[in-house]
Design a protein around this ligand. Structure first.
Ligand code: ZN
Length: 312
């Protein structure tokens, strides 16, 4: 899985802290007078001593303050909404900025006891998150955890078959409720660049990350709406039925195509669908399927496509 989010750049001074996290330990500096300090420094801010040693601590602490961020703090975090930004007061007295995991926003209270969660990121970085002491969230998030992998391995189940000429049965598929989500894929800058080259639409808002950082309201490049629309072919919708009894399916195009929200470069997308209508046409059975593509975690879709198919 691509990881486009900012990662720490350890310095000579902070490297022991990051090495500690890689070993699933929280390490803090302590001066010879016994003062604890964080963030990593060359001297003690309390007494000025330069005689500092790194010590392993439990990492346990309590919630000092928090914010539930419902607007991404960076475009790269769009798929993590809401972000639970927190300041944890460790039992040694130092404060650490972090994010909470495995907790619902409504459950959070200042003063709650917290324990560390070591979040292994691709490459060399491990990040320090926190969760409630009583939470059943694992203490380590492994870099290779790939939620889709399990679904991909599930045995194929036999889908109910519906004959396209059986109009009442076809109409019974019409629903107000959306399906489960498809698999998710990452819309990388490389994909966006390839689409820009193919389509000729190389407007900077798609292709120039530097300029987009400075001038775009999104703070980063965004995918072409048409690109996100065609990426549907890479998303496997969890179909609840199988249509049979046709010689040919004709893609009739779209009754409605909208791009309500942008997809920033590096975001993950997934899709869901519902059958919107079934009509008897002269040459066959016409099915309108509403397919919505969302950035993972976003309520508003990025693509709404009322796809019309004719089963002949
Ligand atoms: Zn000191």
């Amino acid at each position: 899985m691509a990881w486009n989010k900012p990662l720490p750049h350890p310095t000579d001074i902070s490297a022991p802290y990051w090495q500690g996290l890689q070993a699933h330990e929280v390490r803090l500096q302590q001066c010879e007078q016994g003062h604890w300090l964080f963030f990593p420094r060359t001297h003690c801010p309390t007494c000025g001593s330069r005689q500092l040693a790194w010590r392993q601590v439990s990492g346990a602490g309590q919630l000092y303050t928090y914010t539930v961020a419902r607007v991404p703090t960076l475009p790269e975090f769009t798929d993590e909404m809401p972000q639970l930004l927190a300041v944890v007061e460790l039992d040694e007295g130092v404060h650490i900025n972090t994010t909470l995991v495995g907790v619902e926003p409504g459950e959070i209270r200042v003063g709650q006891r917290l324990r560390p969660v070591f979040d292994e990121r691709p490459g060399s970085a491990t990040l320090l998150r926190y969760t409630l002491v009583e939470s059943n969230h694992p203490g380590v998030i492994h870099a290779d955890a790939e939620p889709e992998a399990a679904a991909a391995c599930a045995p194929a189940r036999q889908l109910p078959q519906v004959d396209c000429k059986d109009l009442p049965a076809m109409r019974a598929l019409v629903s107000e409720t959306y399906s489960d989500w498809s698999n998710a894929i990452t819309v990388t800058q490389e994909l966006i660049d390839q689409f820009a080259a193919l389509s000729g639409d190389d407007y900077w808002i798609h292709t120039d990350p530097e300029r987009a950082r400075r001038e775009s309201p999104f703070g980063t490049t965004i995918a072409h709406g048409a690109l996100v629309q065609v990426l549907m072919s890479r998303l496997k919708l969890p179909m609840a039925f199988e249509v049979t009894g046709y010689h040919n399916i004709v893609n009739y195009g779209s009754d409605r195509l909208r791009f309500p929200t942008p997809v920033p470069s590096g975001c993950r997308i997934h899709a869901r669908y519902r059958i919107k209508s079934v009509e008897q046409a002269k040459s066959g059975t016409q099915v309108t399927m509403e397919i919505n593509i969302h950035v993972v975690g976003q309520d508003r879709p990025s693509v709404i496509n009322d796809l019309v198919m004719l089963y002949m």
